[in-house]
Design a protein around this ligand. Sequence first.
Ligand code: NI
Ligand code: MN
Length: 230
Amino acid sequence: MPKLTYCGHSCVLVESSRGNVIIDPFLTGNPKASHKPEDIPELSAVLITHGHADHLGDGVALARRDGAPVVATFELATLCQQQGAEAVPMNIGGVAEFAWGKVRLVQALHSSSVQVGDSFVYAGMPTGMLYTAEGKTLYHLGDTDIFSDMALIGRRNAPIDVALIPIGDHFTAGVVDAVEACKMIQPKVAIPIHFGTFPPIERDPQEFARQVADLGGKAVVLNPGESYEY
Ligand code: NI
Ligand code: MN
């Protein structure tokens, strides 16, 4: 049974018999982070949905520490490689199998760049990530608005055992649209992310959970540091 631990904002650590994988490891500078980078166990891979600092975070440092590859779009993975990380450049639609599990990149409706001084370096398209280990699939939506092809992603990759859905509004979908995303994706369990870290994204995750339950779905609200087995 894979176990995910919510580390705050959009960061999740997934531990399974296949290995440990972290997604969007924004820990340093994250006021809601439950973990410091040194608290993160040895990783097999670092998955990064897009280049924004609240997702790339400590990704390069953790990848270098453990000799684990960064898995991301071609541009973002290559940028990480230039900073000394191993990299697996992929792109949207692509599936890759590794000893530690299977990854598929899917679209997200957002932007993606890495800020360097006063400039923004293009980091490829923003993505969502599907990660399968022990036969269980987790869909991390990254930062995104809703889009109707979420239904296609849900159907083509069914069953989605867990979906991590941004609810914070302002930069991504808010609560009402996150519920609509849930309706389209049909995950067994929805977990809200990307809220409460900074004032513009203060939202009530319990309101999301109530609305998902009203539709007959299941949402689990995790505080940073809490885990869920799926
Ligand atoms: Ni972003
Ligand atoms: Mn973000």
